[in-house]
Design a protein around this ligand. Structure first.
Ligand code: NI
Length: 199
């Protein structure tokens, strides 16, 4: 029990080191929220909460968008998990849970733990936090907030390309429920945005 707590603390410190300076919406607090949400969903859905929480902490490590050398980042992660003595079987379950998380891959994860980590990550992309993150990401990519005649590649367009679709892509009943409220908030936000845009 305590051992798992220590392992999670080491992982938390490691993730802080990697992501605390990120301004693209993939900062340490994104990882923390996803980890907390994955744990909550796992407890409600009867999955292994340690595997889900750990995988959630690590889910963005080795992402091509965020790492100049993804393979090196993944090797380093493997070294750390091995060093803190998470058994090989659990490490494989964690990797399995991480591997199909990404929206762009368009995959449904093969395991319940994978579904839960994907749900937790997607929940962090919608609602008030999701709205904040989309503009932070857009800013770092030098994207416009919105453009009347040419909305492609603007942050507002990203709601229609991705964020508004996520509600129907949740895997677990627990996440579906949480997604509904966050989705409704985004719709209200967009209504207000376009009202003010035209004022
Ligand atoms: Ni993420």
């Amino acid at each position: 029990m305590d051992r798992k707590k220590d392992q999670l603390q080491t992982i938390r410190d490691y993730v802080f080191e990697l992501f605390h300076n990120d301004a693209t919406g993939h900062d340490y607090y994104h990882m923390e929220r996803v980890a907390r949400m994955a744990k909550t969903i796992a407890e409600k859905e009867g999955a292994d909460s340690f595997i889900c929480e750990t995988a959630a902490w690590l889910h963005d490590i080795g992402d091509k968008k965020l790492f100049t050398n993804p393979e090196q980042a993944r090797n380093e992660m493997d070294d750390i998990l091995t060093k803190i003595e998470i058994d090989r079987n659990s490490i494989e379950l964690i990797y399995e849970a991480i591997k199909d998380v990404s929206f762009s891959k368009g995959k449904t994860p093969a395991t319940l733990a994978g579904e839960i980590v994907q749900d937790a990550d997607r929940l962090d992309a919608i609602g008030a936090i999701g709205i904040s993150r989309v503009f932070a990401y857009g800013g770092t990519k030098e994207q416009l907030i919105y453009h009347d005649e040419n909305p492609e590649n603007t942050s507002i367009q990203h709601f229609y390309d991705k964020l508004l679709k996520l509600k129907n892509l949740m895997n677990t009943p627990t996440a579906i429920k949480i997604a509904q409220e966050r989705h409704a908030f985004m719709e209200a936000y967009l209504d207000q945005f376009f009202r003010e845009w035209k004022d």
